[in-house]
Design a protein around this ligand. Structure first.
Ligand SMILES: Nc1ncnc2c1ncn2[C@@H]1O[C@H](COP(=O)(O)OP(=O)(O)OP(=O)(O)O)[C@@H](O)[C@H]1O
Length: 441
């Protein structure tokens, strides 16, 4: 190899291809063409290029002409042996216990498709100053009569009877109270108004005057919500939930009115988690109580309850083992520290005509409980493909044992250097090895 003469200025090479610099004196000027310094430059560049090429060639030859092969080292050590078997045991427990037994890794899984219908039964009696003695049956209390996966039962209400189109005093509030007509704008309204103002200030009662509105009169007064709830007897109403399920992958169908349930049982049973867990008839009070709530409190302002039906089925067993599991929870917010706008209510009206043909309506602000029926579940059945996939991944997982034990033995144990020496062996090519062996002899 060529020995490179020292640079004339004593500078430092910044590396192959880097321009030499003269510290403190700025960049070096290039030597004149044909001068001795220029020849020196050429020599140095040539030497560097040769050195780089030699490095590349060595790496390439290592890559092309060397081969590494795993070597099996049997370590006769109780400690290492126990670590190895311990890790294998953990992996075996995971694969058999969790993947195959608990998660049923040998099964194909399908999600439930479901349809639900409901029917409510019950009668309630009320006695109010407005309505007198009155009977409320399902046609009065369930609004609308049918919904998809949901039903609303009215538990409390504010009724405004015999409303007609006309003019009357608006409900008193900071905005609507007045002293004279000057306080009342003409033809104004907002989203909270009962109607459109006429510009007149009139008596709401003996003590209060409010702006007159053109509206359905008399306007509704919902400042006081009846307590206890008017329809508190709805606690004893019952719901029949008919739920049909289908697992499309397995073409498996079932319904929650189980094959062993007969008409007389259906007429008399009431769901109970312990004594009657498969009766599809639920008492409203019991649904609310099962969710840890108080029906009478909830009935005042309304709320939303969830009836959850879980169908988790192992279709490797007989169809009779595929059974619904019911649970209940309150779905609307029950944050006691934030009681703004609690419950659930809406308005509807019943229209009719009086003897003169004038349109009249009864406005009802209905408070009640909406029951949402939520059906979910999975079914599994043996299938060879998930079984093979899970067996394969379980076996692959055993490879982790070697990696883990190698890391422990080669990096963490006291005798790691000894084990490393035993594990790795560097071997020359056969002929070269022979030459070197004969040379050492
Ligand atoms: N909410 C409910 N509470 C108690 N029993 C109910 C309820 N809904 C239905 N049933 C009873 O369950 C059975 C099946 O009801 P289904 O609606 O299929 O038949 P139905 O003869 O039309 O019912 P019905 O005419 O009594 O309303 C009937 O005997 C019915 O009386």
């Amino acid at each position: 190899m060529l020995a490179a003469p020292a640079p004339a200025w004593g500078g430092v090479w910044g590396g192959a291809g880097a321009a030499p610099s003269r510290p403190g004196r700025g960049p070096a000027a290039l030597p004149a063409v044909g001068s001795a310094a220029a020849a020196d430059w050429k020599l140095r560049a040539w030497a560097l290029a040769r050195r780089a090429m030699a490095g590349c060639a060595a790496s390439l030859s290592d890559f092309l002409f060397a081969y590494d092969t795993p070597r099996i080292v049997l370590i006769r050590s109780r400690k290492v042996g126990l670590i190895n078997r311990g890790v294998q045991l953990v992996i075996l427990t995971y694969v058999i216990g969790w993947v195959f037994i608990w998660e049923k890794g040998y099964q194909e899984i399908d999600s439930v498709v479901s349809s639900t219908t409901t029917k409510v039964k019950g009668v309630a009696l009320t006695n109010t100053s407005d309505l007198g003695l009155r009977i409320w049956d399902v046609a009065d209390c369930v609004i609308p009569a049918q919904q998809e996966n949901s039903l609303f039962v009215m538990t409390n209400m504010i009724t405004t009877l015999d409303q007609r189109q006309g003019t009357c005093a608006e409900l008193p509030s900071a905005k609507t109270e007045c002293k004279s007509d000057d306080d009342c704008p003409f033809s104004s309204s907002d989203v909270h108004s009962s109607g459109v103002t006429t510009g007149r200030c009139v008596n709401y009662n003996a003590h209060v005057k409010t702006c007159e509105v053109m509206a359905w009169c008399p306007v509704e007064n919902d400042l006081y919500v009846p307590r206890p709830a008017l329809l508190k007897a709805t606690e004893n109403f019952t719901i029949l939930v008919k739920n049909h399920i289908w697992y499309p992958k397995f073409n498996f169908t079932k319904r929650n009115v189980l094959p062993n349930i007969n008409t007389s049982y259906l007429n008399s049973c009431n769901y109970d988690a312990k004594t009657n867990p498969y009766c599809p008839i639920f008492r409203l009070g019991q649904i609310v109580e099962s969710a840890g709530q108080n029906f009478q409190q909830m009935a005042v302002k309304g709320g939303i309850m969830g009836i959850q039906i879980k169908w988790n089925c192992n279709l490797d067993l007989a169809a009779s083992h595929c059974l619904p599991k019911y649970s209940f929870r309150r779905l609307d917010n029950q944050d006691l520290s934030h009681t703004v706008s609690p419950g659930y209510n809406f308005r509807f009206a019943k229209f009719y005509k009086d003897a003169n043909g004038t349109e009249i309506r009864t406005l009802i602000k209905a408070y009640g409980i909406r029951f949402d029926i939520i059906v979910f579940g999975k079914a599994g059945k043996f299938d060879i493909f998930p079984t093979m996939v899970n067996v394969g991944s379980g076996l692959a997982l055993f490879g982790v044992t070697t990696v883990l034990c190698d890391i422990i033995v080669l990096y963490f144990m006291k005798k790691r250097f000894y084990y490393r020496e035993k594990k790795y062996k560097y071997v020359e090519d056969y002929e070269q090895g022979l030459t070197e062996a004969s040379r050492t002899e």
